[in-house]
Design a protein around this ligand. Structure first.
Ligand code: URA
Length: 429
């Protein structure tokens, strides 16, 4: 097969065959197809889209480039995945929390993608933490403590490892087809019984409207179901960051605060809601209310934090080594009013220009930089009040970040619309 012919077919809006999809994906994973041809195909898919059959075939082709994880115990296997958002740190809490419920949580996660941060980059802000567990190490850890959070590797969904890094820097992230295949290839390879998806919408997500996020949720859930996974989804609001912190080390710190019972309430509420859907899916709880009570009990008893510490230690991390944070600068309000808009795209770019995300594949991120967003939508703001704190040592980067942060925030004469933090995705019958 000739790659340029397949790329041109999709460029012109054609439907790819299963054989063509498999050829491109397997050649790329093996290293026989160069990045520039895969980028061209990803851009063609981004612009032209794929139908549900092509999306399923793309997902399966990606899974076929690696192994599937094996069951290591009788415990139900569950996971959660987010479609990506600003300040989204729920995985750090949810993995250990579900492990406290006698469930196995084999979480294959991702790095920063586009303007959003990645769970792996966040965890690597903990000195020593390894996101490249071998299958044997992952299975051993799962059998022992019921959870791990690691990345795709050369044997676990290698196609996603490469394509994810490529999409991050080629403007090809916000595609229903590519997001579905990326997420569901990892989740199906985990051999799950139940999965909850956090499908984000708003200025700080890849899809800006509720309508588009519903389309993505439907595509993700359809692929979960056809693989025999009990799949549910929440649509969650990303018109402002989740919690206050956006970055890497600062988000680990905020997650630990939540696990200690403090920290921003929205982070805990969304984490608990996602976890509750999993408990009901696997029959650990009869109702969502019962599930919420169980999860609250694990948090309050300190067991979630304890399990997180065990996971970090088993993955080589040192929780007690200091995690450097950048020097603090402030962005002050230059007028008074109600906070009506936070443009998450610009806030995400502010983190990237400081080095907290990548502009080229394979770059190292600076875990110390980030933002602390001090105001929420609907808040009253007086002139001179702190809107955002910037964490960064480099004065030139701080100036670039300040300009983006200023542009990201709008004040109005009246409180604007504030959206519900989450709502259930109800699939069409
Ligand atoms: N998370 C993933 O793993 N892949 C995407 O494409 C988006 C979010």
């Amino acid at each position: 097969m000739i790659p340029a012919v397949i790329i041109s077919k999709k460029r012109d809006g054609g439907k790819l065959s299963e054989a063509e999809i498999r050829f491109m994906v397997s050649s790329y994973a093996r290293g026989d197809l160069p990045d520039y041809q895969m980028s061209a195909l990803a851009m063609a898919i981004f612009i032209r889209g794929m139908d549900p059959q092509e999306i399923s075939q793309l997902t399966d082709a990606m899974i076929a480039t690696g192994n599937r994880l094996r069951r290591v115990s009788q415990r139900p296997r569950v996971d959660k995945h987010s479609t990506g958002g600003l300040g989204d740190k729920t995985s750090l809490i949810l993995g250990p929390m579900l492990a406290c419920c006698d469930l196995d949580v084999p979480m294959i996660s991702g790095r920063g993608l586009g303007i959003t941060g990645g769970t792996l980059d966040k965890l690597e802000a903990i000195p020593g933490y390894r996101c490249d567990l071998s299958e044997q190490e992952a299975e051993h850890q799962l059998a022992k403590i019921g959870c791990f959070i690691t990345g795709a590797t050369d044997s676990l969904v290698p196609a996603d490892k490469k394509l994810y890094a490529l999409r991050d820097v080629t403007g090809t992230v916000p595609s229903v087809a590519l997001i579905t295949a990326s997420i569901m290839s990892k989740k199906i390879a985990e051999t799950l019984d139940a999965l909850v998806l956090d499908v984000k919408w708003g200025t700080g997500a890849f899809l800006d409207t509720l309508e588009k996020s519903r389309e993505l949720a439907a595509s993700l859930c359809a692929n979960g179901k056809r693989s025999g996974i009990q799949t549910t989804a929440l649509l969650s609001d990303m018109n402002q960051p989740l919690g206050r912190m956006v970055g890497n080390a600062c988000e680990v710190d905020e997650s630990i605060q939540v696990m200690q019972g403090s920290g921003p309430s929205d982070v805990w509420e969304l984490t608990r809601e996602l976890g509750a859907r999993v408990l009901v899916s696997v029959g650990k709880s009869a109702t969502l209310d019962e599930a919420r009570r169980i999860l609250q009990g694990h948090l309050d008893s300190g067991r979630v934090l304890e399990r997180f510490e065990q996971m970090v230690a088993m993955q080589g991390g040192d929780m007690h080594a200091s995690r450097k944070l950048g020097k603090v600068s402030q962005v002050l309000a230059n007028g008074s009013g109600w906070l009506t808009r936070i443009d998450g795209q610009l806030l995400g770019q502010a983190v990237i220009v400081m080095g907290g995300g990548r502009v080229q594949a394979g770059q190292r991120v600076d875990p110390s930089v980030g933002l602390s967003v001090e105001k929420r939508l609907g808040d009253r703001v007086d002139k001179g009040e702190v809107l955002v704190r910037i964490l960064c040592d480099d004065p030139a980067k701080v100036e670039d970040a300040k300009a983006l942060v200023r542009d990201s925030i709008a004040l109005g004469d009246a409180p604007g619309q504030v959206f519900a933090l989450w709502q259930d995705f109800i699939p069409e019958p």
